[in-house]
Design a protein around this ligand. Structure first.
Ligand SMILES: [Zn+2]
Length: 257
């Protein structure tokens, strides 16, 4: 895995376990077993996240709730907020990690954000709601999965985004709704603990990266560049012999026509 993927994994682990030592130990453990599957970097990160979420959900770390309101959320909710706000993962990717339908992510994300902002943080914010009455050209406002969230999560198709951007220039009511949603986003982003733990993340990621590299050489001794593996391949006597035979055969075919 590249260093950025390792950093993502470090932050996700931290949001699940809270404690630095514990989260690094569990990431190492998880990464070692997932590396055996020989997946791509992207899939390795997703699989490792899934394994850790399941583990945290089965045995939720205790006492964490006392440290920070973030840890009063369930592990899977902490993963969701970290994936959305810190890692900027798409709904599709989050759904893939959790093995659930993509269309569930949107209402779930909204409910979790509302819960964190208004229940756990008791933020002094105006509740992000849609316009009281919709104008003729206003987009439909679904209270359980509003367009404002989709826009801020960068989940709109190009056409939809263009329409909204134009509409927002002209409609104050919808602008207000977007503004309230944005304020809630800022509030939440400001109180995700892993977001501010840069130095610790850096140290933990380095350690994890070394483990990964060591595991990679232990588990994948044949993993070399294509050029290197071709050199090895062509150096085998039997291969050379076969190639000579094949070349002779091709030469024979080209002459006999
Ligand atoms: Zn409008």
């Amino acid at each position: 895995m590249d260093k950025n993927s390792i950093k993502s994994l470090t932050r996700i682990s931290r949001s699940l376990w809270g404690d630095l030592e514990k989260s690094v130990a569990i990431s190492e453990d998880t990464l070692t077993s997932v590396s055996l599957l020989q997946l791509s970097d992207e899939r390795t990160l997703e699989r490792a996240s899934k394994v850790m979420i399941e583990r945290a959900e089965k045995n939720p770390p205790r006492l964490l709730a006392l440290q920070h309101p973030f840890y009063r959320l369930a592990p899977i909710e902490r993963f969701l907020l970290t994936a959305l706000h810190v890692e900027k993962w798409s709904y599709a990717r989050i759904a893939r990690v959790l093995g659930i339908e993509e269309n569930l992510i949107e209402p779930w994300a909204w409910a979790t954000r509302i819960k964190y902002a208004f229940q756990e943080l008791e933020a002094e914010l105006e509740y992000p709601r849609g316009p009281a009455t919709l104008g003729a050209s206003c987009p439909e406002y679904n209270v359980s999965q509003p367009w404002a969230q989709r826009l801020l999560d960068d989940e709109l198709a190009k056409r939809e985004r263009m329409f909204l951007q134009n509409h927002l220039l002209a409609c104050e009511k919808c602008r207000k709704s977007l503004d309230l949603t944005r304020r809630m986003f800022f509030k939440i982003e400001g109180v995700i603990p892993v977001k501010d733990a840069h130095q610790e993340t850096e140290i933990a990621s380095e350690r994890l990266y070394r483990t990964w590299k060591a595991g990679e050489s232990a588990f994948r001794p044949i993993k070399t560049t294509l050029k290197e593996s071709l050199v090895v391949f062509f150096n085998q006597t039997s291969v050379q012999y076969t190639i000579i035979l094949l070349m002779g055969f091709i030469f024979y075919l080209s002459k006999s026509r």
